[in-house]
Write a new protein. Structure first.
Length: 225
């Protein structure tokens, strides 16, 4: 692959010019919105080894092999919404990525395409801040991807992007909780369920999603040629 084509792929340019809004690009953007809706209602179940806080005291009770395996195994249900956002970033770039997210949010104001429904009243849901945070995450991550796409940069933008989404999401949740005068135990439970170990999975899967998005981007550029 020549350096010229490589530069065009990195900046999402065709024949040296930025790709403009056409029927083709709108269809691709619409596909990404659909992909995000599908990811919102998709759950991936898997199990993995983990060390609980009571590991030593539990082992001192001489449990059976089955009890040990059950106690040190965690079953997790993962919703791949945030990795899908990073796939969109890698595929569409900053401008069209933001367009896709804004389209997703706009549709959600009229149709129940968010995790807990939809409509204007969803603005006051605890989790809406995570959705709003997709926009600055795409802007930031899309800017980094536009410059260079080496392995270190992908890890960096995945980590910073995921943390940005969760931090903004938690801040928005605290704002809504303050308006509702929600109890502290409810707030702590929400933060733990939405931004606990979830962050690690989001970073890991987002790295993979970016690589997948870059591969699809190359085929997309060839098709648009």
């Amino acid at each position: 692959m020549t350096k010229r084509i490589s530069r065009q792929l990195n900046s999402f340019k065709y024949k040296g010019e930025p790709i403009k809004i056409t029927i083709g690009t709108l269809l691709i953007t619409a596909f990404c919105i659909l992909l995000l809706i599908i990811a919102t209602f998709t759950q991936i179940s898997f199990s993995h080894f983990h060390i609980p806080l009571d590991a030593f005291s539990f082992l001192n009770n001489e449990p059976t092999d089955y009890e040990i395996a059950d106690h040190f195994t965690r079953n997790y249900r993962y919703i791949p919404q945030i990795p899908t956002v990073f796939f969109i970033i890698a595929l569409l770039g900053r401008k069209f990525g933001i367009l896709a997210i804004c389209g997703y949010i706009l549709l959600g104001m009229f149709f129940p395409i968010f995790a807990l429904g939809g409509g204007v009243t969803y603005l006051f849901e605890y989790g809406f801040g995570y959705i709003l945070a997709f926009i600055p995450a795409i802007f930031f991550s899309g800017t980094l991807l536009k410059v260079k796409t080496d392995f270190f940069r992908i890890i960096l933008l995945s980590t910073l992007g995921v943390f940005a989404i969760h931090i903004l999401g938690v801040l928005y949740m605290l704002f809504i909780a303050t308006l509702r005068h929600a109890p502290m135990d409810l707030i702590s439970s929400w933060i733990s369920s939405q931004s606990g170990v979830q962050i690690l999975y989001d970073i890991l899967f987002s790295i993979f999603a970016i690589y997948l998005g870059r591969i699809c981007r190359k085929f997309l550029w060839i098709i648009m040629c």
